[in-house]
Design a protein around this ligand. Sequence first.
Ligand SMILES: [Zn+2]
Length: 417
Amino acid sequence: MTLPDALASLRDEASRTSCESWAIQNRWTLSKGRDRSGPCPKCGGSDRFSINTLKDVFNCRQCGISGQGVIKLVMLANDLEFVPACELITGRKVAEPIDYEKWERDRQLAEQRQREQAERSARERERARKGGYEIWESGAKPGFGGAVDTYLKLRALDFTSHPMIRSLHDLQLREHDYLPYAHPFKDEQTGKTVYRTIHTGPAMLAAITMANGRFGAVHRTWLDAAQPKGKVVLPIQGTVKDAPPAKKMLGTKSGGAIRLYTPRETSSWKRIVMGEGIETTLTACCHAFEHNTAYWAGADVNHMAGKALRDLNGKQVHDQPDMDDLDCFIAPDWCEELVYLGEADEPGKHQREKCIRGLRRSLRHREMARQSDPTLPPLKIIYVPPPSDGGSDLNDIAMADAGALGRGETIRDDEGA
Ligand SMILES: [Zn+2]
């Protein structure tokens, strides 16, 4: 986008301010540290809004305003168009004469800040990825009778008489007998995050393989066979309402997936069945197994969905993809059928629409790729709704509904808004 000088100079001047310094200037109450949380400038609350000061991004869990940089923040928080937002940040009107020397300094400063930010994020991602790999490597391949097998059987996932999976080694999972669980605490004095081990015990490990085939992240589920769902229940920490989750991820997802089961014959694969969770995906693999099918978990529905398109008012169109987002899961070229397994929806979660926009993104990428390479197969996209009769995902009815895949709904890609 080439902007007229008056607009470009105003934008570059505004971009010198970070989200964090805008919050400070406007006396928003935010916690200390790298992830600063507090009331949302748009919808209030107490800690639903946060600014990641390292990446200069913001997000509200409630009203959903999110993005990068101060201009976007002011546009969304104050309901302003681009120009009035820049004018508010700089305190200068677009019609005022341009100071070309000052503009050049602003531009260089903004560029330098962006470059440093990108380098810091890349270093951080690589550090997390390496840390994740060390944990993955510390795990052992699971066998029948071990902690992972016991857990899977509790979840009605018994592979002992599976037609293809002869041993749990065929699933890309590992187990760890004694894995520490580190929980972040905020040091009130320095504002820095410190980690303390609050639990140590058996865990199931899964690897997230990035789109380029490299190791991306480790996914950990801490286990407790005494619990009805087999996952550890951790004590509530401090004043936080919810107990820490039994599952954590370390590393970078970057278009990847947990490749739980992949058929050996590369030439014959054609379908990917993907749920958000390991258990949902394994339910299909265990109870509705089909040949030539890879069973990959997406790890996170937002990663399966990718970013949503925004309409002219900046509002998300939940079932339409922002095609510029390339950092989410996109079906690889060999895949001829991509099946997403839905999870039960809750108000404001948009589970179904997220799945559909992810499927549409993969379909549109394939259609574009086929224009330059007509030998690529067309892609069929299918959404399988969650069970309607109780339970929130396929695993909840694991034993009863082996035919659930038959309820799939082929999605047409009608261009929405
Ligand atoms: Zn909000």
